[in-house]
Write a new protein. Structure first.
Length: 668
């Protein structure tokens, strides 16, 4: 976040010179999740509810949103596949058309910036700035008040970027309400963040003239239920989607199927009314109340093109008869789609080869921690692009596959991930989640080993600053699959549950490529992430059973902490100042001494061992009078004569927050 803070500071109005600055420049300095809005480009094919479906539910939602109900949150919860996201898009579309949509944030597990809460508040604030008149100026004022706002806690961001600016607007004009639509909160990766977001959203109740109404969807997972249990009943309205009468849901699914088959019939020049009400009734029964079943079945049939009739019969033949759990029917439709990829005309050996490739690709896609394109996926997995495309070509029913191979792949629905990882559900297509993480960890290390090198940017000038580097050139030097590997390889190692050992793959990779990886993180602006990753890996290793690996990681952590600021500003300092001034006993120095630039013929005299100083935290403009750690040891507070208190991440040294407002020296 340090880079974000610097970007914001660079475009603010200078208090002394009074120089004017463009509001858009300030707003654009806040980090935002590009895929968060309901109408983001990546979601352009996602549907809304058809006319005459979900009528009663939508009427209740609109009545709450447009009325005087004091409950500021409408929580729509339901099981996987019951249509929550489609309803959320419908609500968002209605209020966007009415110019009353304040903002939307659609979470997605494994979706990069939309899989966590890191950019949640800033994304909401930026959307509000474009939706609510005069709100952009209020946010700019908030940024000027706290220049490091983007690196503060979720609670501070919410207060500074949302509640306070909205409350200022409420001082003039009549009462008006704006709708926030938050979808799939259960897919946010951190339970504590989920609970915090629920609490923060409830604080919108304090707003008066300009009100914020929050429409929120999720599965009924424990962290969200706990979050709502802490709220008063007067603060939220709940609706359990899977408790709607089965006859009502079946009628809506019937309408959806009729509409979808009408489109297929037009495309394939089939008879009007195809395939007939009896077959549609059978399909409605097989859906068991799950819209995702119906949507997957229709995509599967439609993608069959001239074999649409054949695919319809396959679904009918593989659907259970009788009353069964909805999950069983979902298993059947996913299994049907996957089995259709393997032609019965293949020999046993050919079928097994294709099955293996299919499991490898699908296992990787659902395990990725941030989505990749087929182009990047093929390079990461070292599989020919054509082979990837051909294998996935029959899977449009479950995967959103853009025509542009440079755009990321996405699941149509997260329930497919649950299905693929469920051994009792998936039969021959089951993917072992830990093994999938191990495969990706291996591939990440192999890709980095063949891609990373000293001075990957190719400038041969150790003093070049990251601020002066061309972003397009960095992206050419570090394409998406390499950046993915650099960011997530340690996460995959940990999630694989593998037992690390001396001179194993991880140890060998670190001994050969640690500095190249560090340089790459510098160009990517991810040094703080690297510090946390190294610390996590160190805690993952036993100092007694793997003393050499543990010692390497411990020394690596000291090396990065001590040189963090230099590498963040000028990544090639990794090999000059950082390596040159490392103590003579440093494992990193000894291991990578061949990377010291040749023009440095006379090296300075340095300490034999690391000194007690782990790192220097820079930022105060005057003497620091006092420091204190938080009870959990994760945050360090420093009080200074410059009349500020700064909060630091004790693990990485990154500045989290600056507290201003004192009129004199802060001594404790």
């Amino acid at each position: 976040m340090a880079g974000v803070t610097q970007d914001i500071s660079s475009v603010l109005i200078d208090n002394h010179s009074g120089a004017a600055v463009d509001l858009n420049d300030v707003l654009n300095s806040l980090p935002a999740a590009a895929d968060a809005p309901f109408n983001a480009y990546q979601r352009r094919h996602d549907q809304t509810c058809l006319p005459d479906t979900r009528v009663d539910l939508l009427r209740d939602i609109y009545s709450w949103a447009d009325g005087q109900d004091e409950r500021c949150i409408f929580w729509l919860n339901g099981l996987a596949g019951t249509g929550k996201s489609t309803i959320a898009r419908t609500v968002a579309r209605r209020y966007l058309d009415q110019k009353r949509l304040g903002a939307s944030f659609f979470f997605s597990r494994g979706g990069g910036d939309v899989s966590h809460a890191g950019k949640f508040v800033t994304s909401i604030a930026l959307q509000l700035a474009s939706s609510v008149p005069s709100f952009d100026q209020c946010i700019c004022d908030a940024i000027k008040e706290r220049r490091d706002i983007a690196s503060q806690s979720l609670r501070d961001q919410w207060q500074q970027l949302v509640l306070r600016p909205v409350s200022k607007l409420s001082e003039s004009g009549g009462q008006i309400s704006y709708i926030l639509v938050i979808d799939a909160l259960d897919e946010c990766e951190t339970d504590n963040d989920i609970r915090t977001i629920v609490q923060l959203l409830s604080e919108a109740r304090s707003l008066k003239a300009v009100r914020l109404r929050v429409f929120l969807t999720s599965r009924p997972e424990i962290p969200i239920r706990h979050g709502f249990q802490k709220l008063l009943d007067t603060e939220h309205q709940d609706f359990v989607l899977h408790n709607i009468s089965r006859s009502t849901v079946d009628q809506d699914i019937c309408t959806f199927l009729e509409h979808s088959f009408e489109l297929i019939a037009q495309e394939r020049s089939l008879a009007a009314g195809w395939p007939g009400q009896e077959i549609i009734k059978r399909l409605v029964h097989s859906a068991s109340g799950l819209f995702i079943w119906a949507a997957t079945a229709c995509r599967f049939i439609r993608e069959g093109k001239r074999f649409a009739l054949k695919r319809l019969n396959i679904i009918l033949e593989n659907s259970s008869i009788g009353v069964n759990a909805a999950e069983k029917h979902l298993n059947e439709i996913y299994t049907t789609v996957l089995r259709s990829c393997i032609s019965p005309e293949y020999s046993y050996e050919e079928a097994e080869e294709l099955l293996s490739l299919l499991k490898s690709l699908l296992g990787s896609i659902v395990t990725l921690l941030s989505p990749l394109s087929t182009q990047s996926l093929s390079k990461l997995l070292s599989t020919a692009q054509g082979e990837v495309d051909q294998t996935l070509d029959d899977l449009h029913a479950i995967l959103s596959i853009p025509k542009d191979p440079a755009l990321p792949l996405r699941l149509h629905h997260p329930s497919f991930r649950d299905f693929l990882f469920g051994k009792s559900r998936c039969e021959e297509f089951w993917v072992d989640e830990k093994q999938a993480h191990q495969v990706l960890a291996d591939r990440c290390m192999q890709l980095m080993a063949t891609s990373l090198k000293q001075d990957i940017y190719g400038v041969e000038a150790p003093n070049i600053l990251i601020a002066d580097a061309e972003r397009s050139r960095i992206e050419r030097s570090l394409p998406p699959e390499v950046q993915y590997a650099c960011r997530y390889w340690i996460d995959h190692v940990q999630k694989s549950g593998t037992q690390l050992c001396e001179n194993g793959q991880v140890h060998r990779f670190l001994k050969g490529y640690f500095l190249y990886w560090l340089e790459a993180l510098g160009w990517m602006g991810k040094i703080s992430d690297g510090i946390h990753a190294i610390a996590a890996l160190e805690s993952f290793v036993s100092s007694s059973s793997c003393p050499a690996l543990w010692s390497f990681l411990h020394d690596a952590k000291r090396f990065v902490l001590y040189n963090r600021r230099a590498i963040e500003q000028a990544p090639l300092q990794t090999y000059s100042s950082a390596l040159v001034f490392a103590p003579t006993s440093s494992i990193i120095r000894e291991n990578f001494k061949g990377c010291i630039p040749r023009w440095m013929r006379v090296l300075p005299k340095v300490e034999e061992k690391w000194i007690a100083v782990l790192q220097t935290l820079e930022g105060h403009s005057d003497v620091v009078e006092a420091v204190a750690f938080s009870p959990d040891g994760k945050t360090l507070a420093s009080a200074s004569r410059d009349e500020t208190v700064k909060l630091w991440d004790a693990g990485s040294g990154a500045l989290q927050q600056t507290l201003e407002g004192h009129s004199g020296v802060v001594e404790a």
